[in-house]
Design a protein around this ligand. Structure first.
Ligand code: ATP
Length: 252
């Protein structure tokens, strides 16, 4: 971990017809950290992600990446800068094999290679080798030839991480990577995130507190669109305002 701020928002605000979903958020994500964004349902976490990846324009405020103002970037610009968001399951191509899904992501990364059928067998072999190496890393090598649509839920989410990894992001945005998983899958994905975070920066929305406490360096708590608390887990978890915000929710 360094002290360098990789991603920063200043006064980030998003209003939907007068309703303030994200309220004056100053977020700082330091290089090399795993940073969690938590908060009760409706706190604005997904909207923050949509603002950071430019799926939504902010009403006010700015976003900076490595010191550059990226507020006016489009989603492709942000991805080109190395900020990649994990895709939701719907973006995993169910009729392609697990290997092919990763290969598509690898091809998307290397510009111009959409025309893979023009490439030599040697180049395609290289892509296959790279895809297999990624599958090995995430524990899906044995499923390389399986149709992605036939994977169990936890493995589909793992494939999502694999395709994100294939883009070789400098910063990974993970949207509830363990949502809906059983204990075993949660533990596996938690370990996997810690592994793939090496040499990268991760910002993740996560409801599972065992994941957050286990691997996250810094936690930002959102409530009604605004930052309620921020710090290491042990500090945030004993903050009376945070405890109150979570009381009565199923995610505490
Ligand atoms: N396109 C939209 N139009 C109107 N209101 C919206 C829109 N998107 C989000 N909201 C509202 O903004 C608030 C924040 O929503 P958001 O999905 O960001 O919360 P969240 O913290 O991700 O919640 P969850 O944990 O349930 O996913 C909610 O009250 C939601 O209804």
């Amino acid at each position: 971990m360094t002290d360098e701020t990789l991603l920063e928002t200043r006064g980030l605000t998003k209003e939907f017809k007068g309703f303030v979903a994200v309220d004056n958020v100053d977020l700082r994500v330091k290089r090399g950290t795993i940073h969690a964004l938590i908060g009760p349902n409706g706190a604005g976490k997904t909207t923050v992600f949509n603002l950071l990846t430019k799926f939504l324009p902010p009403t006010r405020g700015t976003i900076h990446y490595k010191g550059s103002d990226i507020t006016r970037d489009n989603p492709a610009d942000v991805a080109r800068r190395g900020v990649i968001r994990s895709f939701q399951i719907s973006a995993v191509f169910p009729n392609l094999s697990v290997l092919e899904n990763v290969r598509v992501a690898l091809q998307r990364k290397s510009t111009g290679s959409q025309f893979a059928f023009w490439k030599s067998d040697k180049t395609l072999d290289k892509l296959n080798d790279a895809a297999l190496a990624i599958l090995d890393r995430v524990g899906l090598k044995d499923f390389a030839q399986v149709h992605a649509g036939a994977l169990a839920y936890g493995r589909k989410r793992t494939l999502e991480i694999a395709t994100t990894l294939a883009m070789d992001p400098e910063m990974m945005l993970l949207d509830e990577p363990t949502a809906g998983m059983g204990h075993e899958d949660v533990d596996r994905v938690r370990d996997l995130i810690k592994e793939v975070a090496k040499g990268r920066t991760v910002l993740m929305v996560e409801h599972n507190m065992s994941v957050v406490s286990g691997i996250c360096d810094i936690i930002t708590v959102l409530q009604r669109g605004a930052i309620l608390a921020e710090g290491p887990y042990a500090e945030v978890a004993r903050n009376p305002q945070v405890i109150e915000a979570y009381m009565g929710t199923t995610h505490a």
